[in-house]
Design a protein around this ligand. Structure first.
Ligand code: FPP
Ligand code: MG
Length: 322
């Protein structure tokens, strides 16, 4: 991962500076909360996807910096809102903004970052870019709403879960790679290839996230484990388990998912069943397939350091522990 990012280190540094500059607000609470979030890190994957895609397509201007910043602002805004929705207590190894400042402030600062991101894009002035990102953010909201509707629905199918994942996560990553292609003035087939790469890798990213929620280490993750189950989210490790378990085991899972409070015992019971039916390895296997599909489409491009970096970034999605 370090090596991959080495070729765009300077650009990523410029994106960090852009963050700091654009976080400023007349209202000190906004700057305070936004700085807490941006400073507590994050992998900056979406900026990396955008920058590498732009460079792969031969872009050598400066607009990739504010645009990468805008995409990361949008991502951060969605996390602020998502942590309120999920009642999450920790994020990026720190108490989440909703824990520190409450739900109201979190939602409002999310709104600020979201709006600011659009100002940054308007300054760049490319209508195509605005169109791509506006469409993706619409999908984000639709995906997150779909997830809400599907809460505690044990009948959720893998296909339904996939649709949700495409919208709530893959759409923004795909927008990042497509925007990179647009910046580089790529011909339509190259733009489609990069958008497809982002989509496939984005799906894998969320599937891994859903595995880590069951099998990750809270400390490495910088967020809680078992949060999905506590919130009644029926993700692929559980969908696969439900498809294969007995009626009696299904009833046990239902009791845990519907319980007001998730205790260690309930979590342990479901975890045992997910292990028993190979829910994690099944989901990781699917994630691997999506990554392979994503990498395949990049064969449209001639070999280059940027293409190598995007291929490694796709593999990193499978290896990540946080
Ligand atoms: C994290 O999922 C959440 C998302 C990827 C999407 C969130 C989208 C919204 C809140 C709606 C749109 C909002 C705006 C501002 C356009 P997760 O809960 O699986 O990940 P986590 O484990 O990291 O919390
Ligand atoms: Mg969440």
């Amino acid at each position: 991962m370090e090596e991959v990012l080495a070729i765009i280190r300077e650009d990523l540094q410029r994106v960090e500076e852009e963050f700091r500059r654009r976080l400023k607000s007349r209202v000190p609470l906004i700057t305070q909360i936004a700085e807490h979030l941006v400073k507590s890190g994050g992998k900056r994957l979406r900026p990396a996807f955008l920058i590498l895609s732009a460079k792969l397509c031969g872009y050598d201007g400066d607009a990739h910096i504010p645009l990468a910043g805008a995409i990361e602002f949008i991502h951060t805004a969605t996390l602020l809102h998502d942590d309120v929705i999920d009642n999450a207590e920790v994020r990026r190894g720190n108490p989440s903004a909703n824990t520190l400042w409450g739900n109201e402030a979190s939602v409002l600062v999310g709104d600020f970052l979201f709006s600011r991101s659009f100002s940054m894009m308007v300054e760049v002035g490319d209508m195509r870019v605005l169109e791509i990102v506006a469409q993706a953010t619409t999908h984000l909201a639709e995906g997150e709403t779909l997830e809400l509707v599907k809460t505690a629905d044990l009948e959720t199918t893998e296909e339904e879960n996939l649709e949700l994942i495409v919208q709530k996560t893959a759409s923004l990553i795909s927008a990042a790679t497509r925007v990179g292609a647009v910046l580089g003035g790529a011909p339509p087939e190259q733009e489609e290839a990069l958008a497809e790469y982002g989509l496939q890798v984005g799906i894998a990213f969320q599937l891994v996230d859903d595995c880590l929620d069951y099998a990750g280490q809270a400390e490495a993750l910088g967020k809680g484990v078992g949060v999905d189950l506590r919130e009644g989210k029926v993700t692929l490790p559980l969908i696969h388990t439900l498809k294969n378990c007995t009626q009696e085991e299904r009833r046990r899972i239902r009791d845990v998912v519907l319980a007001e409070e998730l205790d260690q015992r309930g979590l342990g019971q479901v975890l045992d069943l997910v292990q028993k039916y190979g829910g994690i390895s099944y989901t990781m296997g699917r994630a691997r397939e999506y990554v392979e599909r994503g990498k395949e489409v990049l064969s449209l491009f001639p070999p280059s350091t940027e293409r190598e970096a995007l291929l490694s970034l796709a593999d990193y999605v499978l290896k990540r522990r946080y």
